[in-house]
Design a protein around this ligand. Structure first.
Ligand SMILES: NC(=O)c1ccc[n+]([C@@H]2O[C@H](COP(=O)([O-])OP(=O)(O)OC[C@H]3O[C@@H](n4cnc5c(N)ncnc54)[C@H](O)[C@@H]3O)[C@@H](O)[C@H]2O)c1
Length: 248
């Protein structure tokens, strides 16, 4: 792909950047010229991300998030990709798992967006949350806590867009269908334990995709780069599905 330099010189923060969608986003923003500050809980995997300023950061730790953002005078782009998938319906979701889901997916968004906004206020910026079609957009079996917390992320995204449009801050959510990432492979392994074979578990996830395949992290990253750039300047407060046809 012939990449432009439409993000040249922009300061971009990407959370959950060690693997999967977050990593692909960090790589894409760098390829388009941004100075990328990438963070993740998993410093070991993150350290192989070349070209970015990498930091270990637990996005559920309010004090650590505040201290991390203090290093920046100005931020132009934030992509918040931290999230956690609990597998189960409401009866199968213990209070502990529910709280964990809320903490990782929703509290982290509250902490990270709250810390980033003051650094965007004087000059504007683009915030992108990684939501999901499994949210207020569509119900999926065994995604009670996940759907609830991602629905919260979409609500926060729209509220931030409404509150800060006057400050020239845009806030959108990218809502993927099933994307081939390390954690998806883990979910397939888990499901395979309840089935006759791993192939059957893979097929279960593919069958949810009308396109007949998983999305690739790079495809999600392309949409994030569009929203981060001036090409997306008139898009605000949207939950944009990129889901292989799930929500046709
Ligand atoms: N993979 C999918 O099918 C899919 C679909 C829709 C939405 N999403 C969302 O995309 C995002 C990325 O998912 P993925 O599957 O590409 O990646 P992944 O789940 O494979 O990796 C997630 C990364 O987040 C990091 N992380 C976890 N908790 C953290 C914390 N408290 N602080 C900082 N980092 C933390 C992990 O160390 C890991 O590197 C998530 O929000 C997920 O819900 C994924």
């Amino acid at each position: 792909m012939d990449l432009t330099q439409r993000l040249k010189g922009k300061t971009a923060i990407v959370t959950a950047a060690a693997q999967g969608i977050g990593r692909a986003v960090a790589e894409r923003l760098m390829a388009e010229g941004a100075n990328v500050y990438a963070s993740d809980l998993n410093g070991k995997v993150l350290s192989s991300l070349n070209g970015a300023e990498t930091s270990v950061l637990d996005a559920t730790d309010d004090a650590a998030v505040k201290s991390y953002f203090n290093q920046f005078e100005q931020i132009d782009i934030l992509v918040h990709a931290v999230g956690y998938v609990h597998h189960g319906n409401i009866e199968e979701c213990s209070l502990k798992e529910w709280r964990k889901s809320c903490s990782i997916t929703l509290d982290s968004a509250y902490f990270v967006l709250g810390a980033a906004i003051p650094k965007m206020k004087n000059h504007g910026g683009s915030i992108i949350t990684i939501g999901s079609v499994a949210s207020s957009i569509k119900g999926f079996a065994k995604r009670a806590a996940y759907g609830a917390t991602k629905g919260g992320v979409l609500g926060l995204t729209k509220a931030v867009a409404a509150d800060y449009i006057g400050e020239k801050i845009r806030c959108n959510s990218v809502c993927p269908g099933t994307v081939d990432s390390p954690s998806l492979q883990g979910r397939i392994d888990e499901l395979a334990k309840t089935m006759d074979s791993r192939d059957e578990a893979v097929q279960y996830f593919i069958d949810r995709q009308p396109a007949g395949r998983f999305g690739q992290p790079e495809e999600i990253a392309g949409l994030c780069a569009f929203l981060a750039s001036d090409d997306g300047a008139f898009v605000n407060g949207q939950a944009i599905c990129i889901d292989g046809g799930i929500t046709i």
